[in-house]
Write a new protein. Sequence first.
Lengths: 323, 323, 335, 335
Amino acid sequence: MQEITYREAILAALQEEMRRDDKILIMGEDIGPSGGPFKTCQGLYEEFGPARVRDTPIAETGFVGAALGLAITGYRPIAEIMFADFLGVCFDQIVNSIAKHRFMSGGKVKAPLVIRAIGGAGLRFGAQHSQTGESWLLSVPGLTIVCPSSPNEAYGMLRAAIRADNPVIVFEHKALLSTKGPVDIGGPIPPLTGPRVLRPGSDATVVASLAMVGRALEAAELLAKDGIEAEVIDIRSLRPMDTGPIAESVRKTNILVTVEEQAQIGGWGGEVAAQVTESAFDYLDAPPARVTLPDYPVPYSPPLEDAAIPSPERIAATVKSLV
Amino acid sequence: MQEITYREAILAALQEEMRRDDKILIMGEDIGPSGGPFKTCQGLYEEFGPARVRDTPIAETGFVGAALGLAITGYRPIAEIMFADFLGVCFDQIVNSIAKHRFMSGGKVKAPLVIRAIGGAGLRFGAQHSQTGESWLLSVPGLTIVCPSSPNEAYGMLRAAIRADNPVIVFEHKALLSTKGPVDIGGPIPPLTGPRVLRPGSDATVVASLAMVGRALEAAELLAKDGIEAEVIDIRSLRPMDTGPIAESVRKTNILVTVEEQAQIGGWGGEVAAQVTESAFDYLDAPPARVTLPDYPVPYSPPLEDAAIPSPERIAATVKSLV
Amino acid sequence: MKAKTAKPQRATAKVRPLTDKDRLDLFRMMVRIREFEEEVQRSYLEGLVHGTTHLCQGQEAVSAGTGIVFREDDYIGYTYRGHGICIARGMDAEAAFAELFGRETGVCGGVGGSMHLTDIDKGLIGAFGIVGGGLPVSVGAGVTAQLNGRGQISATFFGDGATNIGAFHEAMNIAQVWKLPVLFICENNLYGEFTRINHTTPYEDLIKRAKGYEMAAVQVDGNDVEAVYAATAEAAGRARAGGGPTFIECMTYRHRGHSRTDPAKYRDPKEVEAWLARDPIKLYEAALIKRKLLTKQKAEAIIAEERAAMRAASERAAAAPWPDAGIDFQALTFA
Amino acid sequence: MKAKTAKPQRATAKVRPLTDKDRLDLFRMMVRIREFEEEVQRSYLEGLVHGTTHLCQGQEAVSAGTGIVFREDDYIGYTYRGHGICIARGMDAEAAFAELFGRETGVCGGVGGSMHLTDIDKGLIGAFGIVGGGLPVSVGAGVTAQLNGRGQISATFFGDGATNIGAFHEAMNIAQVWKLPVLFICENNLYGEFTRINHTTPYEDLIKRAKGYEMAAVQVDGNDVEAVYAATAEAAGRARAGGGPTFIECMTYRHRGHSRTDPAKYRDPKEVEAWLARDPIKLYEAALIKRKLLTKQKAEAIIAEERAAMRAASERAAAAPWPDAGIDFQALTFA
Ligand SMILES: Cc1ncc(C[n+]2csc(CCOP(=O)(O)OP(=O)(O)O)c2C)c(N)n1
Ligand SMILES: Cc1ncc(C[n+]2csc(CCOP(=O)(O)OP(=O)(O)O)c2C)c(N)n1
Ligand SMILES: [Mg+2]
Ligand SMILES: [Mg+2]
């Protein structure tokens, strides 16, 4: 295990995979000599050259669509979307072409491609540069959607995503980029999808994604002080969504709280709550609760943005109100 | 009450409103002299002329963005998206500009605009022309999203949407265009949002949208034969989502089934189930059930498409399995 | 109104001259495409084709004239109106009909349909139903061609209306900046659905679009199969040699409406008449008869053969079973 | 590397000649914008401005030279790098600072931030953070201007990099087809973030983009405020008279990095040097001194005045309260 940042973990995964398979290439804005605005591609250009590390014009529809063209003709492209908010610009290519091409071809076409989108709030970037984007694609069959919450997950899931033979959207979080954690460099490829229990607990099940995972763990610490043991689960993948382990946890804790950095309506929390209610109905002591962003865009002003993002205190209070 | 089709109802609403307020104009592809591919604009060009009934180039980003520009400078534009599937092409304008502009301006800018999107399956149009699109925008604060399920709703909700001072997305369904029903021409403007009980019942609550409403009503007929009285509710609006009346119904029936023409993950059914579970937890005799499309794109072949769309029989069977 | 024929195009030095066999093949291919589409239309009226379908009668010279240029390992992208290039590329007619009929034996197992005929093994990378949606994908295939370094090219077919959408712009710009071996083949049939080009575009000669990218461009009479061949062969030669992309505008006309429900009343009868008089098949038949490569009788025999062949393929397709609703869709969606 | 100056532009018959007062106003406005941005930068380093901010030092001539042309009832759209035009348009500096500081007194109540300064009452219809996103919106404002029939125009500011995205293409095409009174003002500062234009665009003279739409176009030295004025005034006159849109390319350069975290190491020092030598304010100061409209002392006095004014405005803004987290966001989101 090596202590590195989320940013370094992404870079390590890209380097390692690109060294392993020269069919892998990456495209994006300012990812070449300048290494990417968030420096997630630092050094790739120098090592792999302009053919495999491609600076693109500001044309997300163009290069994300190109990724599909590369994928169905033998390459394994990775497209970096600088801010997840910009997924809206290439939304059509993703939902109508990338997600459906294999299906519409009767299963004959393979589309092994990865779209990395760096999103999230908390950095005072305002309404158009602070969205995680997680929910925009939630309802689109044909996509695999994953959300790494730590350096180790960023490293492992990205490697797994690159090796998958289907389109995978990897949502990364800009507030996590500089966070450090142990990473199993060169370790086995982890499962791409499915939740993971990060902290065992018997009193409540708290499910979170991306930056909310860390806040859920902090909330668990606060709750522990009051003798409440929360089981914290990182949902990891939104598509496919495997709530089996979550239901299993709820059968033990009888309480479910989801935490996501998005508005409630249309968030993944509703899906988790509904599935768990279906599979563990008789075990629920209270209706599942959801901690989310308020139902308006992310405000710029620090006190307003801070108040909008679920805090450990808010998460803990929600759990307390149920146990 | 006049017996007219869903198509005629849309047209009547457009005509009536455009006669009332000359600030209202409509833009879209082939909606001018040719009256629109689905003939929802027949005669508007002749009556209101090229300035207010504008044929656009194939450029959804361009004319949907233009709608915002018109709205914030004093007009009340309506944009027609020929197939809801094409919302992906202008997704950025909707989620990042239209939905947020008022908010980002500190509330100073008004954006009274309507986007009409004609979607839905059942007509053998294949994967890229059969989506309702309902869920794509479900998670976007700042939007009002409505789904008329009958000629009267199409007429009333469109009039209400045009009069709203905020962006409203109206999802219409192409399989409903030729269906007839009584319409209260010139009647009072109905509430734009909020569910409506269409058939009272005491044994189960079935909530549906768009074309699924008719199928839910058919299912209720089938169930009635077996002595099961289903209360059928048209959800009408997805944003804001008012599940109060649904919970109220569930407190009476103790059973909730949602029916939507989309995949389950990311659909609105999960949100309804989660909200109702929260507000009527102790009244639920069984976990809410959801009848949806399977988790793959809409197939072209008739038997495959028919098997994918929730049928009255499937809805009835789901209800039966719970009561 | 006179049918628009293109300005004479530049000399095509590097182009392999057509042999007499090529010419007869071109004629037969145009006939085959015509008969395929006529059979689709007939089948649609019989209820065998479902939903909608977009026919290309009148535009066969573009499919045939370009199709003969492509190599086995080239990549071809197109639209819902792409039946022509699929047939020109050798897609099995029975499998194509079966797809349109929604049958198990369809080239996409009946899952795709009329708008999505795809056959990756033949380099037919996909039919895109979203206007402009296929262009960026073909740009990606162009990157593959460039990276492979084997002189492959990527060709993408689209209509006049598609030049108004953002995806077209981004694809053209990237292809030019990256000097990709991509052929942008624009079938300018003067209409996007029911709206004439002059209502949606600043001009009718779309070759002008290419100026915004300083991309090599040529405008040809899209109803003159040999002109289409020459322009495409030259552009392909340049692309294979690393000379970058070319925008090829083919001036043509669809004989039928936009889709099967469209009577095309919005078109000036004089315009229709003028273009029907320039039917690419009739024009070429006359030319080959003049060249003594063909006689009226031989031409009719070819037409009869192809009609019979398409009819037979369609009948076999119509006899094929429906896909099993129990089929494993997960496998269709995920590898 | 020599700083790129534009080809001499066409005669501008219809343009009102600048008065001496105009000239001094233009100078003062450029100074004001410069001092505003310098104060923003200082405040950012002090932690008063949050997140990121995109400065326009070096591009002041574009904001000042165009700003003087606009009427009160014109519509102006711009980007995250739009502080300059907001100030030129008379946005209250204190309210602008307060917005950047996230304070209650901000022009958007602190909700928008540096990338979204908007003041609809002044015709400042919005700052768009998505590249190209503002252009279609300005096209819509152009439709409004055309429908109102009062000779209004809609102007939209964007960068060189924005010409690579689809929204640009769709906006240009629609504006030309509908003959809208829209001014497309491209501030070509040669870079999109950290990438030089030659890596993303087929050429560096973006005026060529306009050819793809047959749109009137002009390229001017964006560091020559009077050249910017003349080109803009001519285009505005044409637009107000129903003559349609114009693409105005202003060749300029940003003195600072893309955003506050960018040291701009990717630029050739010679290029930077050449452009710094053509600082629009220094150039104009020299020109006005030559014209005897200004003395070195007077110029310094103006600079000192504006600096003090911006400093004072910033200090007042910094003293303003934070917005109340309990504020009614529903009201901000819905009318
Ligand atoms: C983004 C998008 N907008 C609208 C449509 C609906 N539509 C299908 S074909 C068509 C016209 C296309 O015209 P053109 O590009 O000239 O191709 P043609 O049909 O003439 O071959 C339109 C508007 C679509 N499929 N995609
Ligand atoms: C659609 C989209 N893609 C990428 C970005 C990230 N981004 C912000 S500014 C910028 C560069 C824009 O360059 P240019 O248009 O030349 O404007 P300038 O910043 O030079 O004024 C990029 C890539 C964005 N905001 N929107
Ligand atoms: Mg056409
Ligand atoms: Mg720039």
